[in-house]
Each structure stands twice: as structure tokens, then as C-alpha cells.
Ligand binder design. Sequence first.
Ligand SMILES: Cc1ncc(COP(=O)(O)O)c(C=O)c1O
Length: 417
Amino acid sequence: MGVRTPLFSSQPHLLFWEAKNESQPATAAAECHSKEEIHAVKHATVSARATKRALNFNAGPGALPLPVLERIREELLDWRGSGMSVMEMSHRSPEFDSINAAAEQKLRNLLGISEDYAVIFVQGGGSMQFTMAPMNLCLPVKPIDVLHTGAWTAKAIGELKKGFLHHIAASTEPEKFARLPRPDEMKFSPDASYVHICTNNTIEGTQWTTLPETVNSPLVADMSSDIASRPVDVKKFGVIFAGAQKNLGPSGVTVVIIRKDLAERADKNLPTLLQYRTHIKEKSLYHTPPAFAVYIVGLVLEWIASEGGIRGMEKRNDAKASLLYGAIESSGGFYSCPVEKSSRSKMNVVFRVAGGAAGSATAQNMETIEKKFSAEAAAAGLVGTPGHRSVGGMRVSLYNAVEHAAVEALTSFMREF
Ligand SMILES: Cc1ncc(COP(=O)(O)O)c(C=O)c1O
């Protein structure tokens, strides 16, 4: 057994580190902050030696900002002098109350959410919202219009089929969802309860840039995979929901932004936990919340603010996407993106490998090359490149926390491959 670290170190947040690395010199991390000193979640302090980080292109859960992970590590055993981890705190404590309220306020500030909208943190993921939204918002004899653009709208429709009047206002399924519907293809009901849209189709790699004109019906947006990646005018939506695990934090918490008057549509006899108004009234504390996940969302939002806010994220994301699409376009057909240019996502870039090479690649051949691509990429530390199991090919996710340098490494790997 090695030499034991004294129980009460001068840096209690680094006990684990010291125990494992006692023979190594102090690092930048060891010099950082005392527990009372609250510093901006901005710069990473982990040394390259301390940890080997993959370049993470996973579609979700996805990469988290390194400064956020470091802050979590620093505060893991003792959150700001409370003597405990956020994981151990009562959700009724003033400490957690401040964490919860700060996370909400930071989201309001970043997205410009006005007081006529509620912001709640709930459980059940984006998938639960496929049920909760219609349960709360569907009005008698007024259909729910759906813009059907991929696997996630298919899941939403699956829930609507269980008993909600609905209408497919447009679908690009015949084109394998390789583009978004054009304005003249969308046929909205004059009296829809609401219109369901998925702003970024994580699996198919498409993203709306211009919102559809929906006449009088509110838009309910599944923003799971592009929330906080670019500015949005919240006022154009009745509801925005998103699982946190792509751009906002870890899995386990779902953000719902809802116009307060819409939450009052729901029948009061719905199960309590499934009514938006319950969570609005209790400020997301009706029951035990996913406290640690909410805490991390607060840190991620703080990091976003320190990086120039939503505009800063947009700039980062634009640059990463143009680098990657540029590499695909300039490959002479070795890489090809099946998505129509105007519909391409800046969050999830899908492409095929060797599809067009001399026009000779058979499907099987292509799959073999793609498997080799992802295996060699992973060996080079570029993780998460295979496409969704339902569609195959490659998919690279460029969420907020993915660094430009990671995309540079990927594109140089692509040129070599
Ligand atoms: C656009 C979109 N909607 C919904 C979901 C489902 O989210 P969850 O797994 O949190 O239920 C996902 C998951 O990847 C998604 O990408």
C-alpha cells in the first residue's frame, strides 16, 4: 500500500488526485482554488499528463466542456463550503435552492426568455415530452400538426397514435429525410392545437434554419440536439424542450421552456407529475429533482456565458461545421454527405465513406470501409464517428463542447485515411 494522504488536506478537493499521484509534482490543478473562492468556469486546469481525453464526437450523451468537468471534480466532495457533494444535498436546502434558481436564471439570460415563459427542469428525457406535450396541450377536436422529418418525429408520432387527433403537415420520408420540407409542401390545419417540429434531426443530420409559418398555432419544438447552439427567438415558440445531454449537460434532466398560458390548457385530472403546471408552480421542486444534473447544467451555462454566450457558441459551431463539410466536399467524392445542402445540420454531420469512389463501391464494400474508418479513428482517439444504428454511415456530432481542434484532428485524419 502506498503512503496515505492525510485525511484533511489543505486541498480537500484534490484528495483523490494526491493519493494516486503522490510522487508527482504539483500541477496547475493543485494550485487552483480554495473552496470558498468561486471562479469562472472558463479555463481548463487539468494538465495533459493528468488525464487522457478522447476527442468525443458522440451524439449524446456527448462531450462536456473540460472546465466544467474540472469544476465538478473540485467541488465533488465539498460544494462551496457546504461540507457535502451536490449529490448528497437535500433538494429542500437553501444551497440546492440557489443552484436550481441560478440554473434557471442563467438559461433565461442566455436565451432571452421573458417572464411570460416558465423554465422547468424535469425527468424522462426528450422522449417523455413526446407524451407530455400532447397530454397537456391537445385541445378537443383540434389536431396536432406534425412536420415529419426523421426518426425522432417518428417517435413523437408513435405517441400521438395512441389516442391524439393528429395530422402530418409535411413529411420528407419518401426522400429518406435527406432534406427538410419546403414551404409549399407544408399543409397546416387551420385550427391545430399546436405544431410539432424537431429543429435538429440528430440521426438524419438536418436542421431547420428558417422556421415554418404556422398561422395561429403554437410551435412545440424538440430542440434536444441544438438548444443553445445558436440564437433563437423564444417568442416564436409555445414550447421548447430538450434533454440536456447534448448541449447543456449530462443526461437525466430535461429542460422545458413553456409559455405560461399554454400550461393552463391541461386537464387538472392528468397525473400530477405529467402536468407542466405542477413543475411550474413548484419551480421544478415538486418531487426530488435530478439535482446533480441540474447543477451541471448551471455550470455548462456559466461556461457558455464565458465563451461569448449563444452568439459565441454559434460562431464556434459555424466554424467547426464549415471545416468538416469543407473536408467532405473537397474529397473528390471519397466522402459524401447525403443531405441536401440547404438542410444540413451544424450539430450532426452525416456522411458516407468511399461511396462514390470510382462509382464502384458496393453497399457491403462501403460498410466494410466505414467500419475500418471508425475503428482507425477510434484508435487515433477520435471517438463516436459511426452513424446511428438505424441508418449506418458516419455521423459526427459537433455540439457546443466539441473543440475546434478536435474537428481539425478529425479532418486531418480524414485526409490521411
Ligand atoms: C432530437 C431528439 N429528440 C429526442 C431524443 C430523445 O431523447 P431522450 O433520450 O432524452 O429521451 C433525442 C435523443 O437523442 C433526440 O436527438
